[in-house]
Design a protein around this ligand. Sequence first.
Ligand code: 4AD
Ligand code: MG
Length: 438
Amino acid sequence: MVNKEEYPLLTVEEAVKKGEGKASLRGWVYRKRGSNKLRFIVLRDSTGIIQLVVINSSVEDRVWDTAEKLGIEASIIARGALRKEEKAPTGVELNVEDITLVGSSENWPITKSHIKSREFLDDHRHLWLRSRKMSSIMKVRSTVFRAIREFFNRDNYEEMPPPIFSPNACEGGATLFEVKYFDKKVYLTQSWQLYGEAAIFALEKLYCISPCFRAERSKTSRHLAEFWMAEVETAWMRFEGLLKQAEELVLFIVKEVLRKNTKELEILGRDISKLRKVDAPFKKITYSEALKILKEKDGVEVHWGKDLRTVEEDLLTRHFDKPVIVTNYPKEIMAFYKPRDPENPDTALCFDMLAPEGYGEIIGGSERDTDIEELKKGLEREGENPANYEWYLDTRRYGSVPHSGFGLGVERVVAWLCGLDTIRDAIPFPRTMRRWRP
Ligand code: 4AD
Ligand code: MG
């Protein structure tokens, strides 16, 4: 019997840091190669990779047999002595004395030739999650969630998740997912906002991070049918304060990801210097100024009153090396809850924050209209029946106050920070028009 104390169980990261002494490591076989004298096994756990070396002449036959038969992604526990080795992938290797097979793995289906096939990897997402690419992205995503919570908690916001079944649209009927609800029909939530607005009259400062559902027919690299949105709603807050809050949140997320995930960003091949340039203040331009830039710098003419499309956002953001805030979109094409700007009545007191490098809109927000008649007109313009929104209009009838809020698309931010080609990799199990399994 080997005394366990002599072989402390370490994570791969701890083992690489330590670089000497005896250790037990557990994880999965990431790569393997070797001859009938020597076997190199790269072991992977959630913290990193390390090389294991098995020498035929110095281990028991049982250990050698186990090492020889290991398949890619088999789970094992290995024991031995750590030492520094420049040639090892992470500079340290474990000289194996014993190996225990925990779970065998035969014919791991993902081979090098598959890595270029998007469809294949998406079909095998449950296994592909183990790749260094996906696990790095998931770590960044986790940091983003944590940073959002920390940002709002520090400022004494309360967290209130929304109902997922909703009787109403928030962002227009076209992208609603209808669900059979007993013998009625309801929708999957598009946004927490209307519920957040109702609850600020009780709690004043509220946020949530929640899944949102939109039947997006566009097959862009930016749209998911199920995505996560961080939303905030604040009583008494005006437009200027809102813009400041959105900027501070994004700066905090970037700072936290740079602090915690440089290793992951490097694995992803992200140009980190671009993220380091993201500092305050972000440039603020109006929609009309955006049209001017598009015309003068890109020769692209957008008719005043038309929303910016993905292509135009792309062009626009290429002129900035940090996020840019576009305010005052035309009132007539904005969601019903965005109020008219009294100083510029054709436009709304609203903004989008666009990420650089062509990533486009990451945040949408506005002050909220408190005028019941205007709200009703807006709903009718969207083809909605104001009667279905009576509960929401009540919030304006009983002690209405100015308030503002925004929603940040978590996967849009992750895609930008990680430099991904598609938002589908920013979520572990993507759902789009054509992809709903596994
Ligand atoms: O601009 P949107 O539609 O705004 C709202 O839903 C507001 N009710 C939010 C609020 O003020 N509380 O969506 C907000 C953000 C977008 O900026 C984008 O980042 C993300 O949510 N988003 C999507 N992300 C992935 N896939 C989709 N289909 C998305 N639709 C919106
Ligand atoms: Mg938007």
